[in-house]
Ligand binder design. Structure first.
Ligand SMILES: *Cc1c(COP(=O)(O)O)cnc(C)c1O
Length: 221
């Protein structure tokens, strides 16, 4: 099941997004066991992403490889557990977190790769900078020691027509391109989960984060 899902997804992603750009598939591993994650990696998954610091710590030591992403809300007091172990932070959503990541990265003598999270649907329940602030946040983070901005991340609202959701994706893509003009090393637009990844790829995402589509329904009990 996991193996078949991974193979089908990777073959579907070969043609890239709507611009023919390479798409990175990040397996969202929350609630999944080390064994399940390793099966996905053996089937071809190159990138894995966790939401919870505790699970990241407990599980990722036993995982056989893969680039490690942190994709969930990150409390500042837990940054210390992730520093030096995380290839890309997707969820940089507030200044307090920027400061902590910068401070801890400098102290460890490393540069941490980050995406700026944008609250594209202006939803109370979601983190992220407002779209209107995101470009100036990007300019500021570029100058922040210990950090290297690689792009942007967003989660689409669960509700919405194809048209309204596509319009939100296009705004994210425009932001990404504006930043890339300023800094060609910007290379990721992380947008798309199991329910909406096809729509996101049609509108210019080049990194998607899939859990259910790889591992099946989550069981939180
Ligand atoms: C859980 C999660 C995903 C994957 O969700 P699915 O709907 O299972 O694909 C992607 N991104 C984030 C931030 C998540 O928390």
């Amino acid at each position: 099941m996991i193996e078949e899902n991974v193979k089908a997804l990777l073959s579907r992603l070969e043609k890239g997004n709507c611009f023919g750009e390479k798409v990175t598939l990040v397996a969202a591993t929350k609630t999944r066991t080390v064994e399940e994650i390793n099966r996905a990696i053996n089937a071809g998954i190159t990138d894995i992403g966790e939401n919870r610091v505790q699970e990241f710590k407990d599980k990722f030591d036993g995982v056989i490889g893969g680039n490690r992403h942190f994709i969930g809300h990150l409390q500042t007091n837990k940054v210390k557990y992730l520093i030096g172990k995380t290839d890309l932070y997707h969820s940089v959503d507030r200044d307090e977190l920027v400061e902590e990541l910068s401070k801890r990265s400098k102290k460890a003598g490393i540069v941490s790769n980050v995406l700026i999270q944008v609250n594209i649907g202006n939803e109370e329940s979601k983190g992220g900078y407002p779209l209107d602030d995101a470009f100036s946040v990007f300019l500021r983070l570029r100058e922040t020691e210990g950090l290297r901005v690689r792009g942007f991340m967003a989660m689409l609202p669960a509700q919405g027509t194809e048209e309204t959701l596509s319009a939100l994706c296009k705004k994210m893509r425009a932001l990404y391109e504006r930043a890339k003009e300023e800094d060609p090393s910007i290379d990721y637009l992380s947008m798309g989960m199991s329910g909406d990844w096809e729509l996101c790829l049609k509108n210019g995402a080049n990194m998607i984060r899939l859990g259910t589509a790889i591992f099946g329904e989550r069981n939180y009990s």
